[in-house]
Write a protein that binds this ligand. Sequence first.
Ligand code: MG
Length: 256
Amino acid sequence: MVTIKSKQEIEKMREACRVAAIAQKAIEEKIKPGISTWELDKIAENVMRQNGAIPAEKGYPSGVKGVPAFPGSICASVNDEVIHGIPSKKVILKEGDIISIDLVALKNGFNGDCARTYIVGNTDKENKRLIDVTKEAFFEGIKYAKKGNRLGDISHSIGQYIEKNGFSVVKEFQGHGIGRSMHEDPGIPNYGKAGRGIKLEPGMTLAIEPMVIYGKSGILELEDGWTIISEDGSNAAHYENTILITENEPEILTIL
Ligand code: MG
């Protein structure tokens, strides 16, 4: 069921999203060669707790028998890791790496979700283009995030933009509605047909998140049951914001 948030609920969404954005900022400032993804995890968790939120990803159930709940406060996915990388003291960032950080702040019963791909030090122009196109795909998509349009208009626009630039859309994972639950209806694929899907209405809060592979499409799951990597070993990028559908232009809640 797609939930339409009341004015009061929207205020709570705004606050959870603000904390998520603050946590991203804190991480961005600390990313450099030599830091571990475990240290980034602690930074994010501390910032969220200092701001009255908890990291909603910590303890998130896998839904798969034998796979423990997610142990981290953030997902930290380096280079060919697409999403759901587990923070670790053993994963030390190196000059030229790229790292996707996906985090969710839960405050006053509501969730704010955002992801960014960062460059460690400096990197090559292929990685830079991958990161830029992924971010641009989000902004292409939300041009259609307007009352009366259909969900497929967003999906179509994102997918087209990624493919036009020669990269591959991750089709096995998608964006989602968000609110009291981290994942609500509707699912929001990063490809699809314009004019299809539900009609967008003011009060919907949606996490829109292009996930892009530099090379061929196709993913694999590591033995930890969480980490998703590109099948061809090429790098991947992720860009996500929680947005609000309004009477006019969409509002991006996870950008400060
Ligand atoms: Mg996310």
